[in-house]
Design a protein around this ligand. Structure first.
Ligand code: GLU
Length: 388
């Protein structure tokens, strides 16, 4: 038996990826699966983005590039953050990474020392704590619930801070709950962060996917004190249907970017050169494609929320952002893993058990899938619950 390093033993593989892969495999075998598993837009990448990448390929943008990213892209990202998010960044504050996931992974490696504590509101995106573990840190979970809209309060944040606290992970709009913090709520959290002089990483990957007139505000834009303590993580996967391209970025103080660049220079080097030109086109072209996808998500959100509300025995708060509904299944008496296994087995509906997000009473349904599958899947879910 090969001896595997201790650090890996404490890490669980990504279940969002493995359940999504299983649903895809079943579909390929001809099984009629309705998949609500992956947080992956079902849309194809818009044609003008593909064209820009093809052009870059034809122009020979096929060589190694700067580790922190192609300069035009870093400049365009900084300009986007200044204009859209009111965050005063320049190109030197940006590193382009292999997706939002590598952004956060490298950030943890750059910031966290063994024993450092990272505060993570629960439910959380499943990869945050694993990244903290791999960096030798300790995750400190702060529970939130449907009653408070799955949002952490400033009192809860303050109570969780110790002398070992280094970082607070904020994800608004949230995966898996769809919660979106208001500017007032962000201000109150920012006050606590500044008071205790810790850092916050603001994962804004779902910033473009918000509903009912809700606007996304970056916590870093609240004032200069919080800006100095904020690290923004974002990417192109969700807003532009570019999940497979693997282009994400971090915006932060230049010292953090330099540290992350050092790490990246010895791991992946630059992000695929021509993919970066696709991302550049995404930023610099019309944003109509984002609006079109958003309006499709909005229609599905309404439908799925109404369908869930009509099923006796389960419930979910209305999500204001992202493309997930976090459904409370506790009254069925089943734990989330068994619920999802049986749902897939008996009704061919794939969902993600809440336990992987830190909440065993819930399941996550992604509605980044076509309406037809949503309608069919909701009927099957209703049948499943009735039959329990
Ligand atoms: N972030 C997406 C999700 O939560 C993609 C899968 C993953 O990377 O975890 O489903």
């Amino acid at each position: 038996m090969v001896k595997i390093a201790e650090r890996v033993k404490h890490v669980t593989p990504s279940l969002t990826l493995s359940i999504s892969a299983k649903a895809k495999r079943m579909k390929a075998e001809g099984i009629d699966v309705c998949s609500f598993s992956a947080g992956e837009p079902d849309f194809d990448t818009p044609p003008h983005i593909k064209m820009a990448a093809k052009k870059a390929l034809d122009e020979g943008k096929t060589k190694y590039g700067p580790v922190a990213g192609e300069m035009p892209l870093r400049e365009a990202i900084a300009a986007k953050l200044r204009q859209e998010n009111n965050l005063n960044y320049e190109a030197e504050n940006i590193i382009v990474t292999n997706g939002g996931k590598q952004s956060l992974f490298n950030l943890m490696l750059a910031l966290i020392e063994p024993g450092d504590e990272v505060i993570i509101p629960s439910p959380y995106w499943l990869s945050y704590p694993e990244m903290v573990t791999l960096a030798g840190g300790k995750s400190v979970f702060v529970p939130t619930s449907a009653e408070n809209g799955y949002k952490i309060t400033p009192e809860q944040l303050e109570a969780a801070i110790t002398p070992k606290t280094r970082l607070f992970v904020l994800n608004s709009p949230s995966n898996p709950t769809g919660a979106v913090y208001t500017p007032e709520e962000l201000k109150a959290l920012a006050d606590v962060i500044v008071k205790h002089d810790i850092l916050v990483v603001s994962d804004e990957i779902y910033e473009k996917i918000v509903y009912d007139g809700v606007t996304h505000v970056s916590i870093g834009a609240i004032n200069d004190q919080i800006f100095a303590r904020t690290i923004v993580s974002n990417g192109f996967a969700k807003a532009y249907a570019m999940t497979g391209w693997r282009v994400g970025y971090i915006a932060a103080d230049a010292s953090i970017i330099q540290a992350m660049t050092k790490i990246q220079s010895h791991s992946t080097s630059n992000v695929c050169t021509f993919a970066q030109y696709g991302a550049l086109a995404a930023l610099q072209s019309s944003q109509d494609c984002v609006k079109e996808m958003l309006s499709a998500f909005a229609e599905r959100r309404k439908f799925i929320y109404n369908a869930i509300s009509a099923i006796a025995g389960i419930s979910a708060p209305l999500p204001y952002g992202a493309f997930y509904v976090f459904v409370d299944i506790s009254s069925t008496g089943l734990k989330s893993l068994e619920f999802c296994e049986r749902l897939l087995e008996e009704e061919k509906v794939a969902a993600i058990p809440g336990i992987v997000f830190g909440d065993d009473n819930c399941i996550r349904l992604s509605y980044a899938t076509d309406m037809n599958s949503i309608e069919k899947g909701m009927n099957r879910l209703a049948n499943f619950i009735r039959a329990l």
